[in-house]
Design a binder for this molecule. Structure first.
Ligand SMILES: [Zn+2]
Length: 274
């Protein structure tokens, strides 16, 4: 049975902490490096429902994408929301490890997984190549096997990703033809210009701000498909789970992927359109 240190060493190989953004907080948050890891749960967000799930399935490692303490902390007191999560994890012997921006850009990373999930089966290139390894970097783009319409593509995205109460938002004419697709898991509106510059017909990303999205569409930029932040990053979980199973040996470690929807938007109500 591998130790937590063994598992972290594998993760560091695929998602080197040195590749994380300067402002990020990645790596182990709690746990004993010498402790055995026999069950792992992967999830996007280190929130209460996910910790509940990790403890319910008896995980001894919870691997998440988003940092619990992005801006650091001076306390893990259980009287605080986050401290309580740490206390519960420690009490039940479950480690917490974060792979955030170091997982975003990597091969087998978040944007790569999103690209494959939305139907890009051919070669992929990064929207913004990393200086250290230009084959990786921020976002991905590639070409669909067959051109389709924006409406059909958006439905394909909705069908490929886990369902959420808000669903998939679409910007652009539904009959517009799309073939070249750019993606960026999570918040990607900073790369609208890059998606346009690489000739994308459609850009799949989340957290698109009103003015940026509107001006981009008005200038003839790619159509927009926004599946929500959580759903856009979720496809990385099964990819990382398969890597862990492969490296640790099938049957050694039970690797599970959480399907608990932890997007902050929990309902959608709209007035009937006439
Ligand atoms: Zn994110």
């Amino acid at each position: 049975v591998p130790s937590l240190a063994d598992v972290v060493a594998h993760l560091d190989r695929w998602y080197p902490p040195s590749a994380a953004a300067e402002w990020d907080a990645v790596g182990p948050v709690c746990g004993d490096p010498d402790a055995d890891v026999s069950r792992v749960l992967l999830a996007v967000d280190p929130v209460e429902e996910v910790v509940d799930e990790a403890l319910a399935v008896g995980a001894d490692l919870l691997l998440v994408h988003h940092p619990l303490y992005l801006r650091g902390t001076s306390t893990v007191y259980a009287g605080t929301t986050k401290g309580r999560l740490v206390q519960r994890l420690v009490t039940h012997g479950c480690a917490l490890v974060v792979a955030h921006t170091n997982a975003d850009d990597a091969d087998h990373g978040v944007s790569h997984a999103l690209a494959e999930a939305v139907g890009l089966t051919g070669p992929l290139a990064p929207l913004v190549p990393s200086e250290a390894s230009p084959a990786t970097g921020t976002g991905r783009y590639g070409v669909l096997a067959e051109p389709t319409t924006l409406g059909a593509f958006a439905q394909q995205v909705a069908d490929a990703l886990p369902g959420t109460p808000v669903g998939v938002r679409v910007g652009g004419a539904p009959d517009r033809e799309v073939r070249t697709v750019a993606v960026c898991g999570g918040a990607g509106d900073a790369f609208l210009d890059v998606a346009a510059a690489v000739g994308a017909d459609v850009y799949v990303t989340a957290d698109l701000r009103h003015h940026l999205a509107g001006e981009h569409l008005a200038c003839g930029g790619p159509a927009l498909v926004d599946p929500g932040h959580w759903a856009s990053e979720w496809p990385w979980l099964p990819v990382a789970a398969r890597l862990l199973e492969g490296a640790l040996g099938p049957g050694t470690v039970d690797v599970r992927v959480s399907t608990t929807v932890t997007d902050p938007w929990t309902a959608l109500r709209r007035r009937e359109l006439r």
